[in-house]
Write a protein that binds this ligand. Structure first.
Ligand SMILES: [Zn+2]
Length: 129
């Protein structure tokens, strides 16, 4: 439950209580119900505003998630992906087929034990070349 959802629920509960109070006041005199009805109206307006803000946030989050997935798919399809010979979690993020020994080495974020520790550039071991 998000804070905005809690705001919506609180405003709706407050509007219900305010309307119930107005209904009780109506038994005394019709004008006594006016403050309760006005308060209920403001609380319902606040609930609608919070609900609209939540919808806008969810739509924005969905657009950002979609863009992130599209970027990740694009990068994965075009990157070299060669693992470092000492740290196999470290993968090359350069474009595919870029590697030329001593001129264009593999490069990517250095990952040791699942933690990113800066960047790294490396050539393939001589025995593998
Ligand atoms: Zn590479």
């Amino acid at each position: 439950m998000t804070p905005a959802t809690r705001t919506v629920i609180a405003c709706q509960a407050g509007a219900f209580l305010s309307a119930a109070s107005a209904g009780y006041s109506l038994t005394w005199h019709p004008w006594y119900a006016l403050p309760g009805l006005v308060g209920a109206g403001f609380l319902l307006w606040g609930a609608a505003s919070a609900r609209a803000a939540t919808d806008r946030q969810q739509a924005r989050r969905a657009r950002l998630d979609h863009a992130a997935r599209a970027d990740a798919a694009l990068l994965a399809a075009r990157s070299c992906g060669a693992p470092h010979h000492l740290y196999p979690e470290t993968l090359c993020t350069e474009p595919a087929d870029h590697y030329v020994r001593d001129r264009d080495s593999h490069a990517g974020p250095l990952i040791i034990s699942g933690r990113e520790c800066g960047g790294a550039a490396w050539d393939e071991p001589r025995s593998a070349a």
